[in-house]
Design a protein around this ligand. Structure first.
Ligand code: MV4
Length: 664
């Protein structure tokens, strides 16, 4: 077994590999870019080596820098993780040439699976089922049309050089075939520089079911059952589960054996995943083979009780597979949800920002959190904005799903926009609990999933107002405590009025909406009134725990304040809000500042360089924390220079505009 390995990756997968290495007593070496200088994987590893500037092309994708780091530290092997160089045959070759073990398949196996059409031909020769269709060299329109007519419509035109859904076009009847083919060819030529097409029978409600395979250097090959990854959005997996609901043992064995046959056909070593389309009649068809450890491998680990990274290390070190096929069993059911810093309400635009508040659910035998970030970290614009993978397990699917829902509610994040609410809505669709799955699920249930959350839930708003009122009381108490007259009624923060009940008015910013609220102090509680209704509220703050009573209903919720405002987390969801009065003060303080008030995205540029502007004119609009921030001209003058364009992500404090006031 290796004494020291280098992990050529970052984020959660680097941390995950380091955890297994540590458990096995293997010394770990991390590599990091300048942006990851203080990242979790760097602090977790035994050693860490800088490999260059933030952009991946200058760091994590630089094979020579990574190999040099391994040589400098004496690492005997390199684990590539996923993404980056994990499926780069040239990197695997360079490792071997440097006398360093690449923890993965042989280069030629990577290369063989790199071309989708070549992979299909290899699988066909090995007897692995393919979708009925035509993959021939003859690209004459008449030949393709003949194939389409023979298999029957709908058919799917796929660019041979395409992949991941790019260059696919459905043709529903013969009359439109010619036009569709011409359009698909144009798109393929412009996207891939190759307009070769294949024609397949179009499966209208397929599921994406993939088989985890493992092969060692002693001619052993097993499958560790399947994962259902049908819940995808634009070919990005969102929720994965194992085993695939409703898959019969017979079909499971057939798919597993087909996957092992596919792996053996290319002389595979290590962890691999064979992806299939599963049709409604239980027939299944090879899609592609991935020659790396997948993001979603933890769900397989949870139902088999195996550590797949340990298997990778043992096989790479020349050991046989730890278990034979008849020793592998499925126990229970697992889900994985990918937690991202992205805004589901803005077409999943990556969100930037600082994880000002980050409280994952408590881990246990049922809940696992694979993450590469800690509270206070910023989500970098240079890499995939993954915050964590949330994995849950239980004895059966229904219980596991209930755990997932609870764990998502317990995943408390503030300071940047995340997809947690989207994930919760997604798994709450009744059809999901009913396992009515296929790759079109998200699109088909769009209304239920993207429903604009009732962010003006009276109870949530009352809790938010109570929190602001209690903060004001605490702040007033602190001032009173340091004054010469601590008991002066002037220190009261309960809106004291002469001969009238104490009354305060607040303005809450929830997203882009402003809500006016009146709070009247009445004995030991407040009467909170707004257009949403009225609530009697009382309670107390204990750090980040708000103990509240709303019309007698008592509950404890988590609250926190950060530079983007305030957040509260309840079992019914999270609410992110600002005290508009405070925000207005901030706006005044930053008025005239032509820098970004916080991390955000430029969503509008209203002027061009050289344009004149009057004081207060909007020059540029930022979106951050679901709110719009207008950057205004501080005086009459001229826009000398713009540093960002629409769609750009900006860090807080970044200079946005160079403005020359008139008369300067
Ligand atoms: C298909 C298909 C239906 N019929 N092939 C999408 C990307 C690539 N992995 C293959 N894909 C598909 N091929 C036939 N003959 C539907 C898809 C498909 C899909 C497949 C797996 C996971 C998500 C998907 C989303 C849309 C379409």
């Amino acid at each position: 077994m290796f004494e020291k390995i280098l992990i050529a990756n970052r984020g959660e997968i680097a941390c995950r590999v380091i955890r297994t290495a540590r458990r096995l007593g293997i010394h770990s070496v991390a590599v990091y870019s300048e942006a990851d200088r203080h990242a979790l994987h760097v602090t977790m590893a035994d050693e860490a080596v800088p490999i260059g500037p933030a952009p991946a092309r200058d760091s994590y994708l630089c094979a020579d820098k990574i190999i040099a780091a391994a040589q400098r530290t004496g690492a005997q092997a390199i684990h590539p993780g996923y993404g980056f160089l994990s499926e780069n045959a040239a990197f695997a070759t360079a490792c071997a040439e440097a006398g360093i073990t690449f923890i993965g398949p042989p280069p030629q196996a990577i290369a063989a699976m790199g071309s989708k059409s070549a992979a299909k031909r290899l699988m066909e020769a090995a007897g692995v089922p393919l979708v009925p269709g035509y993959h021939g060299e003859d690209q004459d329109e008449a030949r393709l049309k003949q194939a389409a007519d023979a298999m029957g419509y709908p058919v799917l035109l796929k660019a041979t050089a395409g992949g991941g859904g790019k260059g696919m076009r459905v043709v529903t009847d013969a009359a439109e075939f010619g036009e569709a083919l011409a359009a698909a060819r144009r798109e393929a030529q412009s996207s891939f520089g190759n307009d070769a097409m294949l024609v397949e029978k179009y499966l209208t409600r397929p599921r994406h079911v993939e088989i985890q395979v493992f092969c060692d250097g002693h001619d052993n090959a097993v499958y560790l059952f399947e994962r259902d990854c049908s819940l995808q959005r634009r070919h990005q997996k969102v929720i994965e589960e194992a085993p695939a609901p409703g898959l019969s043992p017979v079909v499971r064995a057939q798919m597993g054996e087909a996957a092992v046959t596919a792996a053996r056909a290319i002389g595979y070593r290590g962890a691999g995943t064979v992806e299939f389309l599963l049709d409604t009649d239980d027939s299944f068809y090879f899609m592609e083979m991935n020659t790396r450890l997948q993001v979603e491998h933890p769900v397989t680990e949870m139902i088999t009780g195996q550590d797949l990274v340990e298997w990778q290390l043992r096989v790479a070190a020349g050991e046989p597979l730890p278990l034979a096929q008849d020793q592998l069993e499925i126990h229970g059911h697992a889900f994985e949800a990918r937690i991202y810093a992205e805004d589901a309400d803005q077409d999943f635009l990556p969100a930037t920002g600082t994880l000002a508040f980050l409280q994952p659910p408590e881990e246990s035998a049922h809940v696992r959190v694979d993450t590469g970030v800690l509270q206070g970290d910023s989500i970098s614009v240079h890499y995939d904005p993954m915050i964590a993978k949330l994995i849950v397990w239980d004895e059966d699917r229904d219980r596991a799903l209930t755990r997932l829902a609870r764990a998502l509610r317990d995943y408390r994040i503030a300071g940047t926009t995340t997809n947690v609410e989207f994930l919760y809505n997604l798994i709450s669709v009744p059809a999901f609990r009913a396992a009515d799955l296929d790759t079109g699920f998200i699109e088909r249930h769009r209304e239920q999933i993207f429903r604009s959350r009732d962010s003006e839930d009276p109870a949530l708003v009352a809790l938010a107002v109570l929190y602001l009122l209690l903060r004001r009381e605490l702040a007033a108490g602190d001032i009173a405590a340091t004054s010469l007259d601590p008991w002066s009624p002037w220190h009261s923060a309960r809106g004291w009025r002469c001969n009238e009940p104490g009354r305060q008015e607040l303005r809450l910013m929830i997203g882009a909406r402003e809500l006016c609220v009146a709070a009247t102090a009445a004995g030991d509680h407040y009467l909170i009134e707004s257009e949403l209704g009225q609530t009697q509220a009382s309670g107390g703050l204990d750090g980040e725990c708000l103990h509240a009573s709303l019309d007698g209903h008592r509950q404890a919720v988590t609250v926190t304040s950060h530079d983007g405002g305030h957040s509260l987390f309840t079992r019914d969801g999270a609410l992110h809000f600002q005290d508009a009065a405070a925000a207005a003060v901030d706006e005044e303080e930053t008025e005239g500042a032509l820098t970004a008030p916080m991390n955000g995205t430029v969503i509008a540029v209203r002027v061009a360089p050289g344009a004149t502007a009057a004081k207060g004119d909007v020059l540029l609009v930022l979106e951050a924390m679901k709110m719009e921030h207008s950057i205004r001209a501080p005086a009459d003058g001229v826009v000398a220079e713009l540093f960002y364009a629409e769609g750009d992500l900006v860090d807080g404090g970044a200079e946005l505009v160079r403005f020359e006031p008139a008369g300067d």
